[in-house]
Ligand binder design. Structure first.
Ligand SMILES: O=C(O)CCC(=O)C(=O)O
Ligand SMILES: [Fe+2]
Length: 330
């Protein structure tokens, strides 16, 4: 990475401002010629690029970014009337005028994976095929990307050892980073990871689980966005010790495009959540889920890239086939 030549792109990188995050990006036209900072006219298309990206990711069009700045579109409603449950539900969070554009843009421009991994069940090794497309960006709290896109120690600012990470962490592209900062400001929580799921149809799902890994620290806050198809989000309390009657009721939230659910407090340690497969309704439509999270240590980074990128092929949305297709052999 450090051998990457300093190009015109890097030269034209904008100043470090809150809105234009360049920690890891270069700004340039898609044809590769430099664009002076601030010159985001209708004819120039700026992108986020990084050596770990299979291809560059366009920034949000200015019109979409301008409207996104009005998020949250609705006030959050607390759902904390059950033991250990602590949610804030924004219906919607993303302004209505841009749901569709944001959904289509992210589906079209991001790279995805269909991760397979082995688990040991007793003496048997079983292959798990993740039943949805996934991708991930970000770096735990011990490190950050410098303006050249190199990973440096969060405290000293010095490049980390070559083997500090087994995986290849990727900076959060601008098109997701604006939403991340807005969400930080609205919730008062800090996030250093963006995980993206794409459910191609009602056949894609995520089974009951909790995001309670130790690398997230205690009582982690996770902001979870829906774009595209409406899908049911189920919540149920984890089993309570035998003999102890749980007073909790399972819940179903019909998450619609633009909605955000903030899970916090004891929600991850005591409750499970899932998006079950479904037939009918909007099952024929795709759905994007974005979660923003904060990983505290390097093990979190390794875990997230292992389970959301893996070592399989890259998929990209194919507009003519209207499905995810292996890239670049489309
Ligand atoms: O798609 C969703 O709404 C939930 C995703 C989720 O729970 C996860 O990625 O951990
Ligand atoms: Fe989850």
């Amino acid at each position: 990475m450090s051998k990457r030549p300093r190009t015109l792109d890097a030269f034209f990188a904008p100043p470090l401002t809150k809105k234009a995050r360049v920690g890891s990006e270069q700004q340039h036209e898609r044809d590769g010629t430099g664009v002076p900072p601030g010159d985001r006219g209708a004819t120039t298309a700026l992108v986020s690029a990084h050596p770990t990206y299979p291809f560059a990711i366009p920034h949000l069009p200015q019109e979409v970014a301008d409207i996104l700045n009005f998020a949250p579109a609705a006030e959050g409603r607390s759902i904390n009337d059950q033991p250990d449950l602590d949610l804030v539900y924004y219906q919607p969070y993303i302004p209505k005028d841009i749901h569709r554009d944001l959904f289509e843009l992210l589906r079209r421009e991001l790279f995805f994976y269909r991760v397979k991994y082995m688990i040991k069940r007793g003496p048997l090794e079983t292959q798990i095929n993740t039943p949805r497309f996934t991708t991930v960006f970000g770096l735990d709290d011990t490190s950050r990307f410098d303006p050249e896109g190199r990973i440096v120690d969060a405290t000293s600012g010095k490049p980390v050892m070559k083997d500090a990470y087994k995986c290849k962490p990727r900076p959060i592209p601008e098109c997701l980073d604006l939403l991340r900062t807005l969400t930080e400001n609205a919730t008062g929580c800090k996030f250093n990871f963006a995980l993206v799921n794409y459910y191609a149809s009602g056949n894609d799902s995520i089974s009951f689980h909790s995001d309670d890994e130790r690398f997230l620290g205690i009582e982690p806050a996770i902001a979870s966005f829906t774009l595209g198809a409406k899908r049911d989000f189920l919540l149920k309390h984890k089993p309570t010790p035998a003999g102890h009657v749980s007073e909790t009721k399972a819940m179903k939230l019909p998450l619609a495009s633009g909605d955000m659910i903030l899970m916090k407090g004891l929600t991850q340690s005591k409750w499970l959540h899932s998006i079950p497969k479904r037939k009918g309704g909007e099952a024929y439509k795709g759905r994007i889920n974005i979660t923003f999270r904060r990983a505290m240590i390097r093990g979190g980074t390794e875990n997230y890239y292992h389970y959301n990128v893996g070592d399989g092929e890259v998929y990209k949305w194919d507009e003519s086939r209207r499905e995810m297709h292996p890239w670049p052999n489309g």
